[in-house]
Structures are given as structure tokens and as C-alpha cells.
Write a protein that binds this ligand. Structure first.
Ligand SMILES: Nc1ncnc2c1ncn2[C@@H]1O[C@H](COP(=O)(O)OP(=O)(O)OP(=O)(O)O)[C@@H](O)[C@H]1O
Ligand SMILES: [Mg+2]
Length: 345
């Protein structure tokens, strides 16, 4: 388990103070895959580096596996860090060393004997599917293979936590999926807690159990991934998830939307979010049957996140304000989240 209590981090550069993190409180459970997302400069890398004290918080406590890292001596901290692995966007392999030597590095630092090291390196390379690559150099590997080696090297130290800073950002979509699958597998097989930073919502929805959105050093939203995608609470949450659900309205339509009706021919535009069971019920058909109102589906999209169907639909309802209330109530009763986005003119 990782617990951050009131963690703040201020950088001082050229006499200017930069508040990268402001009073962060966060609990990440053992064995979960936790995602941190946010725009560039939000403080994601700083937050991750605070989790192993690569960056020391200006204030606050960082508790990993029941140990407050901020209270440890340098020696104790070095030992605690062995149990907190980290992988990066650019892999950080030693280029003059072979794959074997790269993976063996943490074991050497731990002072283990040659036979143990050889056995462990072999086992870790098997975990990442590159058992035959021991004698290659990093330059002879693809990006995905380099990241696998970086993961093997980290796993060699028997970490209980794996911190990933944009670990798939330098990879193509197919290779990204392969690496995410590997991370999911080691999360389950080795009972690893994984904290993952990314700016790609696709990565979040593929692998994460829970997600936090970081904005200007604050956690503005935190939820399990299905809730985040189906009911984002903040404007930034909506921006990130809607873009990912590919639910941008065409410009020709969005230009005609006003917040209030300005003529009797202005029709309300509703956005409906379906989750789980409600995504598969014939809700729209029933409504049309009951009300006989013309309902025009402007846009619709459905995705599966963690085997849960999540749908977004934008509909134009040719209804009067009184009828609209009933319709919204009907949708709510069916378990849908409804948002009135405005009136089309
Ligand atoms: N070593 C440093 N010295 C001074 N300022 C820093 C340092 N590291 C980060 N910052 C500042 O702290 C803020 C947060 O940076 P951070 O790298 O954590 O953002 P990020 O969310 O990881 O961004 P990106 O998505 O671009 O990687 C930024 O304003 C950045 O300029
Ligand atoms: Mg970063």
C-alpha cells in the first residue's frame, strides 16, 4: 500500500518558487493498478518521484509498505527503494552493457552471488518473454524489447511496487498493448502494486483499476476507471474522457447550440451516459413508443472498459420543457446519467 499524506513539493528555480504538488492526499491499495493522468506540467512525474523519494517532498509523509520513507536514514531508504521499482519512457538501459548485465545490475548491487544472479536473470527474462536475448546490447533491440528488459531489470530486485512514468509513450499502439498486457500479467502473478502515469486515456482504460486526475499540483478527481469514464465530475475529467470516447460533436452542430432556448423551434440536446446493464436495454425504443416524440440520435458511441459496456449518446428531443422533465426523469429511472447540453437553433 502507498499512502501520501499532505504531500507538497515546491521547486525553487532562479529564485522563483514553483508549487509542483499542493497538499496531496492519496491512498493506493496493494495489488491495484493505479493511473495518474493530467496535462503537461500538472505534477505527475513529481508525484511519482515522491513515491520513492527520488524527489523529497517539501512537506508531508510518504508511506510505502507501512514505512514512512521521509523518516528513514539514507541506508534504510536505499533498502526500501529496492522494493520500489521504476520504469521510464526512454527505458534508461545502460548501452555499453548487455541485456544480461543490465538485468543483473540490481542483483549485483544487492551483493548476490553469481549463481543466484544467473538464475534470477534467466527467470526474469522468461517473465518478459526475452530469454534468448541475454547477449544482445540495447542498441540491437526494438523499443518494446528495451522496455521489456527495463521491466525485467526492475523485477529482478523483487519489488512490491512498480512506478511507471509514461512507460509506453515512446511505443507504437500495438507494442503499447503488448507492454500493458505484460504489466497486467506481472500485477497478477507477482502481486505487484503498479502506479502508472500517462497522458493517454486509452492506456488508462485498458489497464487501470482506479485513476486520479492531477491538475496544477492538485488531485481534482479520483474514481474507479468505469466511474471516471461514465460520470466524470470535473471539466478536465469530462474533456479527457469524452475525447477518448470519441464523442466530439461536429462543429456545424456545436455552433448552433445555445444554453437557453431563444425561439419555439429550439430543441433540447441531451447527452446520455449508459453504463453496464443500462447500455444493453432497449431504453430508447421504449421511450419513443411511450411518448411518440420524435427523437433524433445525433451521435452515439459504445466502448467496453473492464468488460463493462459504456455508451454515450447525444439526442435531439423535439419536446416542450414540461415533457423534457419527464423524459429526463425516465432516463434517470433507467439508470442513465443525463446532461442537458443546450438547445439547438
Ligand atoms: N527539477 C525541477 N526544478 C524546477 N521545476 C521543476 C522541476 N521538475 C519539475 N518542475 C516543475 O514542476 C511542475 C510539474 O512538473 P512535472 O514534471 O511533475 O509535470 P508532469 O505532469 O510530469 O508533466 P509532463 O506530462 O510534461 O511530463 C512543472 O511546472 C515543472 O516545470
Ligand atoms: Mg512527466
Amino acid at each position: 500500500m502507498i499512502e501520501l499524506i499532505n504531500v507538497s513539493k515546491t521547486y525553487f528555480s532562479r529564485k522563483r518558487a514553483i508549487q509542483a504538488l499542493d497538499q496531496i492526499n492519496l491512498t493506493i491499495q496493494a495489488n491495484e493498478i493505479f493511473g495518474i493522468i493530467g496535462q503537461s506540467g500538472a505534477g505527475k512525474s513529481t508525484l511519482l518521484r515522491c513515491m520513492n523519494l527520488l524527489d523529497r517532498p517539501t512537506n508531508g509523509q510518504v508511506i510505502v509498505n507501512d514505512q514512512d520513507l521521509t523518516q528513514l536514514s539514507p541506508l534504510q531508504l536505499r533498502q526500501a527503494r529496492h522494493r520500489i521499482g521504476m520504469i521510464f519512457q526512454h527505458f534508461n538501459l545502460l548501452h555499453s552493457q548487455t541485456v544480461y548485465q543490465n538485468v543483473a545490475l540490481p542483483l549485483k548491487l544487492l551483493g548476490q552471488d553469481k549463481t543466484t544472479i544467473a538464475r534470477k536473470v534467466q527467470a526474469m527474462l522468461e517473465v518478459v518473454g526475452l530469454a534468448d536475448y541475454q547477449h544482445r546490447y540495447p542498441a540491437q533491440l526494438s523499443g518494446g524489447q528495451k522496455q521489456r528488459i527495463a521491466i525485467a531489470r526492475t523485477l529482478a530486485g523483487d519489488p512490491s511496487v512498480l512506478l511507471c512514468d509514461e512507460a509506453t509513450s515512446a511505443l507504437d499502439p500495438r507494442t503499447t498493448l503488448d507492454i500493458l498486457e505484460l504489466l497486467r500479467r506481472i500485477n497478477q502473478q507477482l502481486q505487484l502494486t503498479i502506479v502508472l502515469i500517462t497522458h493517454e486515456m486509452d492506456v488508462m482504460k485498458t489497464i487501470c483499476d482506479r485513476v486520479a486526475i492531477l491538475d496544477q499540483g492538485h488531485i481534482i478527481e479520483q474514481a474507479d476507471v468505469v466511474t471516471l469514464f461514465s460520470q466524470p465530475q470535473t471539466e478536465l475529467g469530462q474533456l479527457l474522457t469524452h475525447a477518448c470516447l470519441q464523442h466530439e460533436l461536429p462543429v456545424s452542430l456545436s455552433q448552433r447550440i445555445k444554453p437557453t432556448p431563444q425561439s419555439s423551434t429550439a430543441y433540447p440536446l441531451l447527452q446520455l451516459y449508459f453504463v453496464g446493464e443500462s447500455a444493453t436495454k432497449p431504453i430508447m425504443a421504449q421511450l419513443i413508443q411511450q411518448t411518440k416524440l420524435p427523437i433524433n440520435i445525433v451521435q452515439a458511441n459504445m466502448e467496453y472498459i473492464k468488460q463493462q459496456p459504456i455508451g454515450v449518446m447525444t439526442i435531439e428531443v423535439r419536446a416542450q420543457p414540461v415533457e423534457l422533465e419527464n423524459i429526463i426523469r425516465y432516463f434517470n429511472e433507467q439508470g442513465l446519467t443525463v446532461e442537458l447540453i443546450g438547445y439547438v437553433h
